[in-house]
Design a protein around this ligand. Structure first.
Ligand SMILES: Cc1cc2nc3c(=O)[nH]c(=O)nc-3n(C[C@H](O)[C@H](O)[C@H](O)COP(=O)(O)OP(=O)(O)OC[C@H]3O[C@@H](n4cnc5c(N)ncnc54)[C@H](O)[C@@H]3O)c2cc1C
Length: 289
């Protein structure tokens, strides 16, 4: 399996990268960690004539906190950089855990959060927990910068609102009142497996009463999806086992899974029921974000 020929660029600024994307048009692709793109090229699934590497854009690797904005994660931050970030471990352990359970160490060393989001694969692990934490993304293009809720970014499998000359620059997790969050996934192996079902939740508890909740389901619809009816069912209620079961059942009716080689739609629905209940219980009981 050889890579096809391509023209390679390593711009020094994000503006230069966007200008190159605009100039080269459809035949150009952004290259981050390459764990997905280079694999697809080797298998002949895509053959971009131009690769524009983000390698020199060091500023896109930062993970930092900015007063009034929240935690900013550069799109080039690798999964292992996310797992090992002290800031994220303190503020959003759930994101570190989601990254830790992805792929294997080699992939986590080079695969990036920006690549994980841009891919728009329904089973991707980071979008659900980021959406549960109300993340937004900053897109930079030749005409400037725009910010959008991550929830609005995905259009369908492999399809996003990214314009041809745009690059995802950073992910912003706003300060929030949530008291617990988690992402749990079910894969066909213990590690390194894509999600058959993934559920992320963020809850704001006041004693035993749930003041707010965001429930996001992965791998069970064309895009990672909120489960609004299940959320409405838990908000304002005192938590009990019966309620968590009802919320799980509700989420399982909201999702839109398909049959594929990793599981049937029926199986996925039932796993959504079980995992929603399990994720809520974990976020409520463990009490860390
Ligand atoms: C063995 C293996 C196991 C895997 N396991 C998992 C898993 O458990 N969970 C999971 O979610 N994924 C998994 N993946 C998929 C993949 O590794 C991840 O999605 C990874 O995060 C992709 O990031 P990357 O930097 O390597 O992207 P690349 O391969 O460099 O790029 C992927 C796509 O995103 C675009 N892109 C990249 N960065 C940007 C940017 N900043 N702005 C705009 N476009 C951009 C590229 O043009 C390309 O179209 C696995 C892959 C392999 C090969």
């Amino acid at each position: 399996m050889y890579l096809p020929d391509f023209e390679y660029h390593m711009p020094a600024t994000i503006q230069e990268a966007c200008a190159l994307l605009a100039e080269k048009g459809q035949v150009a692709k952004v290259l981050a960690g390459g764990t997905d793109l280079l694999n697809k090229m080797k298998h002949g699934l895509v053959a971009p004539a131009v690769l524009i590497s983000l390698k020199q854009l060091e500023q896109l690797s930062n993970i930092e906190y900015e007063e009034g904005k929240g935690v900013l994660i550069g799109a080039r931050a690798t999964h292992n950089a996310i797992c090992n970030s002290k800031l994220l471990q303190e503020k959003y352990l759930s994101i570190c855990e989601a990254a830790h359970h992805m792929a294997n160490n080699q992939i986590r060393n080079v695969g990036t959060i920006g690549g994980n989001i841009s891919n728009a694969v329904p089973s991707a692990d980071l979008p659900p927990i980021l959406m549960a934490l109300d993340a937004s993304i900053t897109l930079v293009g030749t005409k400037g910068e725009r910010v959008m809720a991550l929830e609005e970014f995905f259009v369908g499998p492999g399809k996003t609102l990214l314009a041809p000359d745009e690059i995802i620059a950073q992910i912003v997790i706003p300060d929030q009142s949530c008291t617990g969050s988690t992402y749990i996934k079910f894969g066909l192996r213990r590690s390194g497996a894509l999600a058959v079902v993934g559920v992320a939740v963020a809850v704001t508890m006041d004693g035993n009463v749930c003041k707010d909740a965001r429930i996001v389901l992965g791998a069970v619809a064309p895009v990672p999806m909120r489960a609004p009816k299940a959320e409405a069912m838990i908000i304002g209620k005192a938590i009990s086992d019966d309620l968590l079961e009802e919320v799980g059942v509700c989420a399982s009716t909201e999702c839109k899974p398909i049959d594929d080689i990793r599981g049937s739609a029926e199986y996925r629905r039932d796993m959504v029921r079980v995992f929603t209940k399990r994720a809520l219980r974990k976020a409520i009981n463990e009490g860390h974000v």
